[in-house]
Write a protein that binds this ligand. Structure first.
Ligand SMILES: *[C@@H]1O[C@H](CO)[C@@H](O)[C@H](O)[C@H]1NC(C)=O
Ligand SMILES: *[C@@H]1O[C@H](CO)[C@@H](O)[C@H](O)[C@H]1NC(C)=O
Length: 291
């Protein structure tokens, strides 16, 4: 008689374990604000699969992911006679460590698919930037334009344009202190700027001045603009409008995932209660038998 009751309480426990696991998997990766893809690129050169270089690339990428749980910028070098690899990551300055870690993990996994067997690669998500290569790029300022995006024109309202310029000027202003992450706001207008942490304070300032100057000239009177240079970026947007190039479906997916996760969490909660009650009744049974 003891056997069937044992089976019956074991099954919901397994189910619960499965459901909790699924809901954790579903909830964790859905952060559209930081995970949105901005750009990615790979070097043409390929390494030989199974080579020491591949091992070093994997080590670097693993180090980046681990480090991003604790800090918003770090660089790594794995030195070997011919197989040296350099790598770095930079999270947006307002991310919590956990979000930074998740963003870098996502970027590294995308980089693995995008730049399969490439000797170098770089990837920018909204929340973080990751790069590795066998040529030194650490500490080298690079102001080449990687991504330029401009929104539709602001209404012919010259006030709006003046306000935009004020925000950008504030973003680019230097008080002599090192500010790799900057935010400037005026009304519904918001500007954000970020340097990669390997730049010196003066290089960072120089890079941001370039990005901001280009935003003004290249995006003219656009409602929003993104200027990503190789080692820094500046962006602005009005009224939350943004350049979410075709990620609407991502958001829908996120919504579905969230709803599913809540549903599964609910089922898991009910399963938990069932397990608890059945364990309780079993304990009561034993108690009454013992007494
Ligand atoms: C990087 O790796 C490629 C392919 O192995 C090689 O041809 C190139 O010379 C390397 N560059 C440096 C700077 O080591
Ligand atoms: C790279 O990291 C080392 C140790 O963490 C640090 O001392 C060095 O300044 C960093 N280099 C750059 C270019 O950021």
């Amino acid at each position: 008689m003891a056997l069937p009751t044992k089976k019956a309480s074991f099954f919901p426990f397994l189910l619960l374990l499965l459901l909790v696991t699924i809901s954790i998997i579903l909830v964790t990766p859905s952060n559209s604000a930081t995970d949105t893809f901005v750009f990615g690129g790979c070097s043409q050169l390929k390494f030989i699969s199974g080579s020491p270089y591949e091992y070093n690339v994997n080590s670097i990428l693993t180090s980046l992911v681990n480090s991003a749980m604790f800090t918003s910028y770090n660089n790594f070098t794995i030195s070997a006679s011919q197989d040296t690899v350099y790598g770095l990551f930079q999270c947006r300055g307002d991310l919590e460590n956990g979000d930074c870690g998740r963003c870098v993990a996502k970027a590294v996994s995308q980089l693995g698919t995008l730049c399969l067997d490439s000797t170098g690669g770089g990837l920018q998500l909204e929340g973080c930037f990751v790069k590795y290569d066998n040529a030194t790029f650490l500490g080298v300022e690079d102001k080449s334009v990687v991504v330029k995006r401009c929104g539709p024109l602001i209404s012919t309202d010259s006030d709006a344009l003046a306000r935009r310029d004020t925000v950008l000027d504030f973003l680019g202003a230097s008080d002599g202190t090192y500010k790799p992450f900057r935010v400037a706001e005026s009304g519904d207008l918001r500007g954000v700027a970020q340097c990669v942490g390997d730049l010196s304070p003066t290089e960072c300032q120089d890079c941001l001045s370039e990005a901001i100057g280009r935003l003004k000239t290249d995006c003219g009177a656009s409602k929003w603009g993104d200027m990503y240079l190789a080692k820094c970026y500046a962006r602005y947007s009005q009224g939350g409008d943004h350049s979410h190039g075709g990620d609407d479906t991502d958001n829908d997916d996120d919504e579905i995932a969230k709803t599913l996760a809540i549903l599964i969490g609910l089922i898991a909660g009910i399963a938990l209660i069932i397990v608890f009650v059945s364990a309780l009744s079993k304990a009561c049974e034993k108690d009454s038998k013992g007494g």
